[in-house]
Design a protein around this ligand. Structure first.
Ligand SMILES: [Zn+2]
Length: 374
């Protein structure tokens, strides 16, 4: 894989992410396969490499072997050793050159920029040289999905898991009714969920608070799928794009309309990019960030490993514009709550002061901001 020019200290540090590089080659090899089962095998190996907590260099054992990693077979291990020893993989390059999907693989390579592996996230969280927030500063997660839309956990599961992570609050942000494909909640379901949240909060009074949130969908014209009256039923409104994410034309007006909506608190996964798959919304982000500052809308760093949206480089521009940030997991299951750590790692790379991160504020300050976002 061609290295980008090192334009900053952070880019230099990012080159240490050997797991992301090795996983990238395994993804390339997956797409060069003609057999589906081998394609899935290499995809599984790439996912396994991205999810381990330690760099591959720390897992090398005598005799040119790797410690056993579930999901990684001998063929993937050979590729990993090529990457560890040369920074590239001759095996993968040969397979790609011989594949009739070479152009598609080249396109996918351009869509992996600024994605961190789990091992790199852990390293950044533990490196005191980075500024920005630590996990201790992080008070609660403001994007997650429950069994009320396309997630698996119950509200009780969420509350106990967040409390176990040391949070003092969390927002449940199931999808709104416009996003049928993700089991979006009707307003009647939202009302029932709010009663259930009140019940959970009564159990945890003084220790933990669930916030009544919603992830509203931004339409092609920038309007939400919630009316003003509907949006006003929620304490926290995230607005996020879920359509027209593969277009190359400018969508600045769409995003400007979303942040100008007085009910919106957070612009969530602003681009809608997916690692190795799509770049997401194309917009003049500096204009969007400036508008977000004017309207008091926070910009999200979504920590889902396949999203990482914003990433640290775009987040640094939002920081310079004067934005405040929300760092969220976008979890759809309890183990995914740790995705918030990926968002915290990007905030550390961008050196965002905790003061500028709404999840680092105490509950009362956060609630006050939610009541008067602008
Ligand atoms: Zn979403």
């Amino acid at each position: 894989m061609a290295a980008e020019p090192a334009s900053s200290n952070h880019d230099l540090r990012r080159f240490a992410d050997v797991n992301a590089v090795a996983a990238g080659f395994l993804r390339d090899l997956a797409y060069a396969q003609t057999s589906e089962s081998r394609m899935f095998g290499y995809k599984r190996a790439a996912a396994a490499v991205l999810a381990i907590d330690r760099p591959l260099t720390a897992l090398v054992e005598p005799g040119r072997r790797l410690s056993k990693i579930p999901g990684i077979g001998p063929a993937s291990e050979r590729v990993i050793f090529e990457v560890l020893e040369s920074g590239t993989s001759a095996t993968v390059e040969r397979a790609v050159a011989a594949s009739d999907r070479a152009a598609d693989i080249a396109r996918r390579r351009t869509l992996r920029q600024h994605f961190l592996s789990r091992a790199e996230v852990v390293r950044i969280l533990n490196d005191p040289l980075f500024g920005g927030p630590s996990l201790r500063d992080y008070q609660g997660d403001l994007q997650m999905h429950s069994e009320w839309s396309d997630g698996t956990p119950s509200l009780g599961d969420i509350a106990s898991a967040c409390l176990a992570r040391g949070y003092t609050y969390a927002a449940v942000t199931d999808h709104s009714h416009g996003l049928k494909i993700a089991g979006g909640m009707s307003m009647a379901e939202a009302a029932a969920q709010h009663e259930a949240i009140t019940g959970v909060n009564a159990e945890y009074t003084g220790r933990f608070r669930l916030i009544r949130g919603i992830e509203a969908n931004i339409g092609a014209d920038g309007r939400l799928d919630l009316s003003d009256d509907e949006a006003a039923c929620f304490e926290l409104v995230l607005a996020a794009p879920h359509s027209k994410l593969r277009r190359s034309d400018d969508q600045t007006d769409r995003m400007l309309a979303a942040v100008a909506n007085p009910h919106v608190h957070v612009l969530a996964h602003p681009r809608g990019r997916i690692s190795g798959s799509r770049a997401g919304v194309v917009a003049d982000w500096d204009r969007v960030f400036a508008a977000a500052v004017r309207h008091g809308v926070a910009i999200e760093i979504d920590g889902d490993p396949s999203r990482q949206d914003l990433d640290f480089s775009l987040a640094a521009r939002a920081l310079a514009a004067g934005c405040v940030f929300a760092l969220d997991s976008d979890a759809h299951a309890v183990p995914q709550l740790r995705f918030a750590e990926t968002a915290v790692a990007h905030a550390r790379l961008a050196e965002i002061p905790p003061e500028r991160i709404v999840n680092c504020w105490p509950l009362e300050r956060l609630l006050e901001w939610l009541r008067r976002p602008a």
